[in-house]
Design a protein around this ligand. Structure first.
Ligand code: ABU
Length: 437
């Protein structure tokens, strides 16, 4: 159905137009408000214009010399985001996604533990240990492997009934590793877990980090956008006590992919940990102050401009516009949860903490049963079957997954604030229709 092979000679303009039309036709329309499948969606016109202009200007944001506006713009946006977190926050970098940002935070935590590892590697060091919750994003394990700490040295801490890390279990885990000769260096807490949208109890976790002198990184990739909302900002309380935090404007704030920001308290650590001082790019005798070049704070060299679309959206809507967007999404999620609770064909997995609403569609024979988990084997098959039918039908796209003891369940998430109550009703009615069929 699609002409993928590339050939020695180019094709005609007419053929190219057909290929472009088919690319659109067969792609998922993630800007549509019934795309509620992932932690990104929507298509903001300012964001799209920003993305197009960025691509037309084709800058690489490592030096002021080649990207004067974008380097200064990054600095202005990072400064403002730091100010919004707290007065002790000082620096940051744009990252190619939340996973990379979490990985870089692990790198910073290791540098903070021992600066010589940058040069000598880990040969002479004890077993470094990382801690995160069993519902945290998998990137901590991936990057523990990538930087030579090892997946097995990431301890996954038990969560409570709604998905929050249990601080007493964290402390027990740290003690246990110390007793076995491990060296704890980092706790990754999550504000807005991927599946259930849980917010870890940051203040209690921060106390433990202070007691054991551990770097505290906050993965607020999904939850961090709430910082703009007066109504919901308190969910982030305690973030100011961390050493680093990631916020992905391409998630909750619906900035086009990708836009992910790692912020840090220590204003020197990014440069100290990552710099190599390559003189073909960061000459020491530049015609301007070298501190205007952000490039050596980064692990990447060439780097796409991700700031402009975010900045343009922020300029256009103001912080109050982002606040309205967040509040509308939280209202939609509240209504979605109410509807799940009100309809006999659905059952809530656990109480909603955020935008994420996790629920089962119950076949007729399970409706009204108190403990549906006694029928886990049958229930596990339901969401996968409905998803198959849903994608073939093509009206909505909504994700599912198993988690801990729970068989497959649906996860509603939204970042498109055009989604209203009628849309929520449509989505639930549609799932019920597919379930009946
Ligand atoms: N980086 C987490 C994204 C996962 C999701 O879109 O559901």
């Amino acid at each position: 159905m699609f002409d993928f092979p590339v050939e020695q000679n180019g094709v005609t303009q007419e053929k190219l137009l057909t290929l472009i039309k088919n690319t659109i036709k067969f792609s998922v329309k993630t800007g549509h408000r019934y795309f509620v499948n992932q932690l990104f969606s929507g298509l903001d016109p300012y964001g799209l214009a920003g993305q197009w202009l960025t691509d037309a200007l084709n800058a690489s944001v490592y030096t002021y010399e080649v990207a004067p506006i974008f380097t200064l713009m990054e600095s202005a946006v990072i400064t403002e985001m730091c100010r919004m977190i707290g007065p002790e926050w000082n620096d940051g970098i744009f990252c190619p996604g939340g996973s990379m940002a979490n990985g870089i935070a692990i790198h910073l935590a290791r540098f903070n533990y021992n600066k010589s590892i940058k040069k000598t590697g880990m040969f002479q060091h004890s077993r470094l240990m990382l801690f995160t919750s069993e519902e945290a994003h998998y990137s901590t394990q991936k990057f523990a492997s990538f930087i030579g700490i090892g997946e097995d040295n990431v301890i996954l801490i038990e969560t409570d009934e709604v998905g929050r890390m249990l601080p007493n279990r964290l402390e027990e885990g740290i003690q246990e590793q110390l007793d076995f000769g491990g060296v704890p260096i980092l706790v990754v807490a999550t504000l807005g877990t991927t599946v259930r949208g849980a917010f870890d109890p940051l203040n209690e976790i921060a106390e433990i980090c202070v007691k054991y002198r551990l770097w505290l990184h906050v993965d607020a990739a999904w939850g961090g956008g709430i910082i703009f909302s007066q109504r919901h900002r308190s969910k982030l309380n305690g973030i100011e006590r961390a050493n680093s935090a990631v916020i992905n404007p391409h998630k909750l704030l619906a900035v086009p992919q990708q836009c992910s920001i790692l912020l840090v308290k220590d204003k020197n650590i990014l440069h100290a940990c990552h710099s190599k001082g390559a003189e073909y790019l960061f000459q020491k005798d530049k015609y301007y102050d070298q501190s205007y070049d952000p490039g050596d704070k980064y692990l990447q060299c060439g780097r796409k401009c991700d700031v402009f679309k975010f900045w343009l959206m922020w300029k256009a809507k103001g912080s109050s516009g982002f606040a309205k967007h967040v509040d509308a999404l939280m209202d939609a999620a509240e209504y979605f949860e109410e509807q799940v609770l009100a309809r006999p064909e659905f059952r809530l997995v656990s109480k909603r903490q955020y935008i994420n609403v996790c629920f089962w569609y119950l076949p007729r024979y399970l409706r009204g049963k108190k403990d549906v988990l006694e029928h886990s084997i049958q229930l596990h098959k339901v969401a996968a079957q409905i998803k198959g039918a849903m994608v073939k039908h093509g009206a909505i796209m909504l994700g599912y997954q198993p988690l801990k003891q729970f068989p497959n369940f649906f996860r509603f998430v939204a970042q498109n604030s055009a989604l209203g109550r009628k849309d929520v009703d449509f989505i639930l009615d549609h799932i019920a229709d597919l379930g009946r069929a």
